[in-house]
Design a protein around this ligand. Structure first.
Ligand SMILES: [Zn+2]
Ligand SMILES: [Zn+2]
Length: 281
C-alpha cells in the first residue's frame, strides 16, 4: 500500500548501482511462471512472424527504384507508428494506474522508479522487456503481414510494403525500451551520436525533456518523431481529457504522489488539487 512517509532521496541522476534511498520500494515482484512463459512465447512468436513477413517480402523484392521507394516508405511509416505506440504505452503507465493493481504492478513500479531515479533503468535487461513488448508489436504486425500473405487481390507493391512495414513495426516496438536506454547514455559512441543527430534513434536531448517537471511530454521512445508532430499539437493532453471525462480520474495522480514522497518536482497547481483529492479519500 502507498505510504506518505517522506524519503531523503539521492540526486535524481544517481548511477544505476549507486546508493539510492527508497529504491527498494520499486523492487519488482518475482516473475511468476505464467509471466515467464508469456514472455518466451511473445518473443518467439514475434521473431517467427517477422521472419515470415520478411521472407514473404523477398518474393516481391527487386532492386528497382520503385521497390526501393516502397521499402523506404514502409520503413518510415512503420518507424513513425512504432514511435507513436511506444509513446502511448509510456503515457498510459505514467498517467494512469497505480502499483496496487496486480496485472500492471511490475510496469507501474518500473515507470515510477524511472521518474525518481532515471538511470536505474539500466538495471533492467532486454530479456525482461523483449517478450512483453513483442505482444504489442504483434498486434500491429500480424494484420499487416497476414494481409500481405493472404491479400491475393492487392497489387504486389502493396503486399511487399505491408510485409516490410509489419516486420519493421514489430521489431522496433519490441526494442523500444532498449532504444529508450540509449536515450539515457550521456556520452554515446560516434555511431549512436550520428544516428541521434539524424533523429533516427532517441537522443538524450529529446528524451531528457521528458525527465523534467511533471514528466508530461516527449513520451515516445523509438526516435521522438511522434512527439515532434502529434505530441506537439496536443495528442496526449487530448487523450487525458477524454479519459478524465470518462472516468473522473486525475492524470498522473499516482506518479505525483511518488514524486512528492521523494521530494521531486510537483507542479504547484496540481499540488493543491492533489491534497484536496487526498482529503476526500
Ligand atoms: Zn515517463
Ligand atoms: Zn527515460
Amino acid at each position: 500500500m502507498y505510504s506518505d512517509v517522506p524519503i531523503g532521496a539521492a540526486p535524481k541522476f544517481v548511477g544505476p548501482n549507486e546508493s539510492a534511498p527508497g529504491a527498494e520500494l520499486f523492487d519488482p515482484p518475482p516473475f511468476r511462471p505464467g509471466e515467464i512463459v508469456s514472455h518466451i512465447v511473445g518473443g518467439l512468436l514475434n521473431a517467427a512472424v517477422c521472419a515470415i513477413g520478411l521472407i514473404h517480402a523477398l518474393r516481391y523484392a527487386d532492386l528497382s527504384w520503385t521497390h526501393t521507394a516502397w521499402a523506404l516508405c514502409a520503413l518510415v511509416t512503420a518507424t513513425y507508428l512504432a514511435d507513436l505506440a511506444s509513446g502511448i504505452l509510456h503515457w498510459m503507465f505514467d498517467t494512469w494506474f497505480d502499483e496496487t493493481r496486480g496485472a500492471v504492478r511490475r510496469m507501474v513500479l518500473l515507470v515510477r522508479e524511472h521518474h525518481i531515479y532515471p538511470q536505474r533503468i539500466f538495471r533492467y535487461g532486454l530479456k525482461q522487456e523483449f517478450g512483453l513488448m513483442s505482444w504489442f508489436g504483434l498486434l500491429g504486425a500480424s494484420p499487416a503481414i497476414a494481409a500481405s500473405i493472404l491479400g491475393a487481390g492487392l497489387p504486389s507493391d502493396v503486399r511487399f510494403a505491408l510485409a516490410i512495414a509489419g516486420a519493421s513495426y514489430s521489431i522496433e516496438l519490441a526494442f523500444s525500451l532498449e532504444l529508450h536506454k540509449i536515450g539515457h547514455i550521456f556520452k554515446p559512441g560516434r555511431t549512436i551520436k550520428a544516428l541521434q543527430f539524424a533523429h533516427l534513434i532517441l537522443s538524450p536531448e529529446h528524451h531528457m525533456k521528458h525527465h523534467s517537471r511533471e514528466h508530461d511530454n516527449n513520451y515516445c521512445l523509438v526516435n521522438g518523431w511522434a512527439d515532434a508532430t502529434l505530441g506537439r499539437i496536443g495528442l496526449f493532453r487530448t487523450l487525458e481529457q477524454i479519459v478524465s471525462t470518462a472516468t473522473q480520474a486525475r492524470p498522473r495522480e499516482n506518479d505525483r504522489r511518488w514524486r512528492l514522497r521523494f521530494g521531486r518536482w510537483v507542479e504547484p497547481d496540481s499540488l493543491s488539487g492533489h491534497h484536496q483529492l487526498r482529503r476526500e479519500r
